[in-house]
Ligand binder design. Structure first.
Ligand code: ATP
Length: 345
């Protein structure tokens, strides 16, 4: 396919008796920020390592920019991998770290320095070139690793949980920066993460992995609002499913329905449920969690099953919230927000 940066066809990888990757077909477009999302052990890292050339597939084919690379060594592929532990050289300065790959490729010194400085500017680390990695914060080290990857101008950048070692606040900040950097440089990013929020925040498209297979590929909104399987509905966002008999009673159909918690309103049980196009269900609050900006209600429905509802704390305080535990409520949501999940394949 033209415009395809990475193309995987029938990709499989077995380690002895373990099938790590059980048949993956995927097209990643040029310039895309593409995430591979899934629980631990679902095969995402193995796919990434096969694209990089660190593992060879048991079967299947890998193309980069339209050229088959399945049998090529890592250095023969126009990709670069950024690992979670950064793998910076401690005895070299930041600038030397960034320029190292160019030195190996025998790029002349003046050009090396120029490009290293340019790459450091690109990750907003001007003026840090003379420091050692030990004199940097975790986020800065991460950015050096990124500059080192970008300096060689690879066609595709492979990132394996690159923010995994950072604390939450820094991680969220780096998510925004990483996306901005990617947009500026226009290089295809293939990003591995088990963090659904991270994938939703940064990606143009996401592939959701489960047991060595892809369950769904789509934009963040598609994945979140139109999960293709019960697994995706549960893994991305809070699992909030109405099934079988309770779905029959509440929605009027005995399928599996996914409703996002923020779409559900929590009302008094006595509230009159006559809004058109809305579904409603009564139940008992079994748990209330005060989250600061919002409150999470876990409600056992009279019809059977349990739903989570998330309410913005517009006027509520933590004391009000606690009083809800054990009370009877009515949940209500617009019908367009209960989405029928196709059966698992
Ligand atoms: P994580 O987020 O924990 O890295 P993952 O989704 O990236 O998980 P993989 O690392 O790709 O998953 O692993 C997929 C499966 O393959 C796992 O069951 C793992 O134990 C197995 N596996 C991975 N590498 C090897 C190896 N070198 N030898 C044997 N088994 C392996």
């Amino acid at each position: 396919m033209e415009g395809s940066a990475v193309r995987l066809q029938g990709l499989r990888k077995a380690f002895g008796d373990t099938t790590a990757v059980a048949g993956v077909d995927l097209d990643i477009a040029d310039g895309e920020f593409f995430s591979m999302l899934g629980p631990s052990g679902s095969g995402k890292t193995t796919v990434l390592r096969m694209i990089a050339g660190f593992e060879s597939p048991t079967s299947g084919r890998i193309e980069l920019a339209g050229q088959e690379v399945t049998g090529l060594a890592p250095f023969e592929r126009d990709v670069h991998t950024v690992f979670q532990d950064y793998a910076l050289f401690p005895h070299m300065t930041v600038e030397q770290n960034v320029a190292y790959g160019l030195k190996v490729r025998k790029v002349p010194k003046a050009e090396r320095l120029l490009r290293a400085r340019e790459a450091l500017g690109g990750v907003r680390l001007e003026g840090f070139g003379g420091r050692r990695p030990s004199q940097l914060s975790g986020g800065q080290r991460q950015r050096v690793a990124l500059a080192r990857a970008l300096v060689g101008r690879p066609r595709v950048l492979l990132l394996d949980e690159p923010l995994g070692a950072l604390d939450l606040q820094l991680r969220e900040q780096m998510q925004v920066e990483l996306k901005a950097i990617q947009r500026e440089v226009g290089i295809t990013f293939v990003f591995v993460t088990h963090d659904q929020e991270e994938a939703l925040t940064m990606s143009d498209r996401i592939a959701v992995f489960n047991q060595g297979r892809i369950e769904q590929v789509g934009t963040p909104a598609e994945i979140y609002e139109r999960p293709a399987t019960p697994f995706v509905a549960g893994f991305v966002g809070t699992s909030n499913l109405l099934e079988g008999a309770s779905a029959q009673q509440v929605v009027g159909d005995a399928g599996t329905y996914s409703i996002r918690p923020e779409k559900i309103r929590v009302l008094k049980e006595s509230a009159i449920a006559d809004e058109p196009e809305h579904s409603t269900a009564t139940g008992t609050v079994v748990e209330v969690v005060y989250l600061g900006d919002a409150t999470r209600f876990l409600v056992d429905l009279d019809a059977g099953g349990r739903l989570t509802a998330l309410q913005q704390n517009l006027e509520t305080s933590s004391e009000d919230v606690a009083a809800y535990r054990g009370t009877r409520v009515r949940l209500q949501w617009h019908r367009r927000h209960s989405f029928k999940v196709p059966d698992a394949r």
